[in-house]
Design a binder for this molecule. Structure first.
Ligand code: COA
Length: 390
């Protein structure tokens, strides 16, 4: 584990790898702080050659928060790459985060290959969609909804709306804990606007957080970080507000979960992908990951799995997945009839791929058609979404 003594070496390794060497290191910057632990590999002379950061966070699956490690800041010194140091630091990090109680690891990779070699797989992508403001202006403003800027007193309601939507999704971040401890005043200061949609009864039914880019010619833009509507009218009012920028900011960049109801209100013909950031998942404690999430209370039954996992060997071997009354258990034992790789299990867990796809990808073998039916039904859920880049 890195300590505050390693701060200069860690900053130099990270800033060189990710291209911010010109930025001065903050006086209070440290590779270790609450909710943020760094791991490193040193050479015999004590030089830091590789590092990786564990961010303590949680992600929603099946209506429950699964304790998670956000993997970030993975860097190996230029002269030491391709010699197995990335593997060493990440293998150790997986064991350490499991010991501190994380069940899963997620990351936004700059390259998938080293992570695939360690059992992670892409399960979703954070997409910034670029839309003509004029397309949003075509959405009519509902008369029942009024808009106003958020004040500090409104921020708890804003968090509630986000949590209502995140808790119904797969993979969305739980925005509390050390990484999300901005005060209401700080949160309001983070954006040019947090617009609230107020319903006919006076309740906050939606919000949009946004920044206005510079200029008012054809390059003018508004970037929307969250657009969260609980009702069709709240969503329409917020979309229509964004359309109102058309004369001075003709481009709107929207960060939306896949299939969000806002996408059902305007024409996305001509919309382009402004930025796409895939994210990957790995189960570092498979029984804990199964126990922590929610499952359909309508499905009871089990399947015999054989988990392949060389990097986290405590996960490996025959296990029986049993679901009952909305809870899941993964216990050692059973026939191990259905063999599944770490990457296959990550895809299944997130609901990113079904058993038939995993068989074609070579990540699932053995078992009976009934096993595939059970797994497809058990892991079916919303398309995985993660809006918070780290
Ligand atoms: C990405 C990085 C951390 C990998 O570290 P590394 O020490 O070079 O990787 P390793 O030698 O431990 O390789 C681990 C595995 O990944 C594979 N791998 C590594 N880089 C790869 C690449 N570019 N393409 C395909 N496979 C790759 C290796 O073959 C190895 O697999 P194996 O053990 O099954 O043979 C390192 O190259 C780096 O610091 N790059 C610049 C910063 C960066 O991109 N960081 C990642 C941020 S998400």
């Amino acid at each position: 584990m890195l300590t505050v003594e390693d701060r200069v070496a860690a900053w130099e390794l990270g800033s060189t790898a990710f291209g911010y060497r010109d930025r001065p290191m903050g006086e209070d910057w440290s590779p270790v702080k609450i909710g943020w632990i760094s791991w490193g590999v040193f050479d015999a002379d004590g030089r830091l050659l590789a590092k990786a950061v564990d961010l303590e966070q949680g992600q929603w699956f099946g209506g429950r928060v699964v304790p998670s490690c956000g993997l970030a800041g993975v860097a190996v010194a230029a002269e030491s790459r391709n010699r197995g140091l990335g593997r060493i630091v990440l293998t150790r990090l997986f064991a350490e985060v499991r010991d501190r109680g994380a069940a899963i690891v997620s990351l936004f990779p700059t390259t998938p290959f080293p992570y695939r070699a360690l059992g992670c797989e892409e399960v979703g992508a954070l997409v910034h969609l670029s839309v003509q403001a004029s397309a949003l202006a075509a959405v009519r403003t509902p008369k029942s909804v009024t808009l106003r800027q958020a004040t500090e007193a409104d921020i708890p309601f804003v968090h509630d709306i986000y949590r209502t939507i995140a808790s119904a999704g797969s993979g969305m971040m739980e925005r509390s804990g050390p990484r999300f401890n901005d005060t209401p005043a700080e949160l309001i200061a983070d954006y040019h606007g947090i617009t609230l949609a107020i319903g006919p009864e006076g309740a906050i039914e939606g919000y949009a957080s946004w920044d206005r880019g510079s200029g008012y010619d054809e390059t003018g833009s508004v970037t929307v970080y969250d657009l969260m509507g609980l009702t069709p009218d709240a969503t329409a009012a917020l979309v229509s507000m964004l359309g109102g920028w058309a004369s001075v900011a003709p481009n709107v960049v929207l960060r939306l979960p896949p299939g969000d109801p806002a996408l059902l209100q305007f024409s996305s013909i001509g919309a382009t992908v402004h930025k796409r950031q895939p994210w990957m998942l790995r189960l570092v404690n498979a029984p804990a990951a199964v126990a922590a999430r929610g499952w359909s209370p309508l499905l009871s039954g089990g399947v015999d799995l054989d988990l392949i996992d060389a990097v986290c060997p405590w996960n490996a071997g025959p296990h029986r997945l049993v679901l009952d009354g909305g809870d899941g258990v993964l216990e050692p034992g059973g026939s191990g009839a259905v063999r599944i790789t770490e990457r296959g299990l990550a895809q299944l867990y997130a609901g990113a791929a079904d058993p038939a796809t995993l068989r074609r990808a070579g990540m699932l073998t053995g078992g009976e058609p009934r096993d595939d039916d059970f797994l497809r039904t058990a892991f079916a859920g919303p398309v995985p979404a993660l809006l918070d880049y780290f």
